[in-house]
Design a protein around this ligand. Structure first.
Ligand code: FPP
Length: 252
């Protein structure tokens, strides 16, 4: 039996405080443009929101926080911006990892990081190793990640290990090979910056996730903005395909 319930095969439990929040941090460039600053100043400021969101999730009892930092399509951006984002990821992780470890946070990266600079790859692997036994908030950064890539790599790895499944396989056969097999499916997806799309984020895992879109630009996203998103989530009825009448009187 899988560690966590699949939203399509079973009925997952739904807590009042989301167990897993996944975020597309959008709007950094526009935040900077509004202030006549270069786009990268928005990314730099975005790190502050990353820090405050981690802290707030920790204090609320959220178990998993997943942040989309760099998509497989972000390579299409100007070279300078891509290189700035890589440097920012490196410097932020190098600066924060000791504190994250002290806070009992477990850090992971999902995505194909093989094209990244080897220094960044080592830092990521060291940070994952350092925090691997921590039992607090599970922070996942999606870097060079794409939802389609994830499904493809899972199918490839599954068939390599279990070629007999080429004829036929089930969701439960495939799910252990997906990048986030260690986490429940997100309860709440947040996208800042006003766009209303999923942009190739966790395509498989978002099947029954509650979606929340806000015009707030990522550098302005603070604990109050996160509380608003959670309040919106708490007002939703999570039916997972059932009718209202079939739901238990109150979610645990
Ligand atoms: C989207 O805004 C944001 C990104 C592509 C990068 C997100 C990165 C950070 C918040 C900082 C680094 C993260 C970590 C985990 C240390 P955009 O540039 O598309 O904004 P726009 O839509 O206004 O142009």
């Amino acid at each position: 039996m899988a560690q966590f319930k699949s939203s399509t095969c079973e009925i997952p439990s739904a807590r009042n405080v989301p167990a897993h929040i996944a975020i597309i941090m959008d709007g950094n460039g526009r935040w900077a443009k509004k202030r006549l600053l270069p786009r990268v100043a928005g990314h730099q400021r975005g790190v502050k929101s990353v820090r405050s969101t981690i802290r707030h999730c920790n204090s609320l009892g959220v178990d998993y926080l997943t942040l989309f930092a760099f998509s497989s399509e972000n390579w299409r951006r100007p070279k300078d911006e891509v290189s700035f984002l890589m440097t920012l990821f490196y410097s932020s992780l190098a600066r924060e990892i000791e504190q994250m470890h002290k806070d009992n946070l477990r850090f992971r990266v999902i995505g194909d990081i093989s094209p990244f600079d080897s220094k960044l790859v080592s830092l990521i692997r060291d940070a994952e190793e350092l925090t691997r036994d921590n039992g607090g908030l599970n922070l996942t950064v999606a870097a060079n990640y794409g939802g389609r890539w994830d499904i493809m790599q899972a199918v490839k790895r599954m068939l390599k290990e279990r070629p007999e499944l080429a004829e036929s396989f089930s969701e439960n056969d495939l799910s252990p090979y997906l990048s986030m097999s260690y986490a429940p499916e997100p309860d709440l997806f947040i996208r800042t910056g006003g766009e209303q799309r999923i942009s190739n984020f966790l395509l498989w895992q978002l099947a029954y996730t509650e979606l929340y879109f806000t015009d707030t630009l990522w550098p302005d996203f603070d604990s109050t903005a996160l509380d608003l998103a959670i309040r919106s989530y708490q007002a939703r009825e999570r039916r997972f395909g059932r009718t209202s009448e079939q739901l238990p009187a109150k979610n645990a």
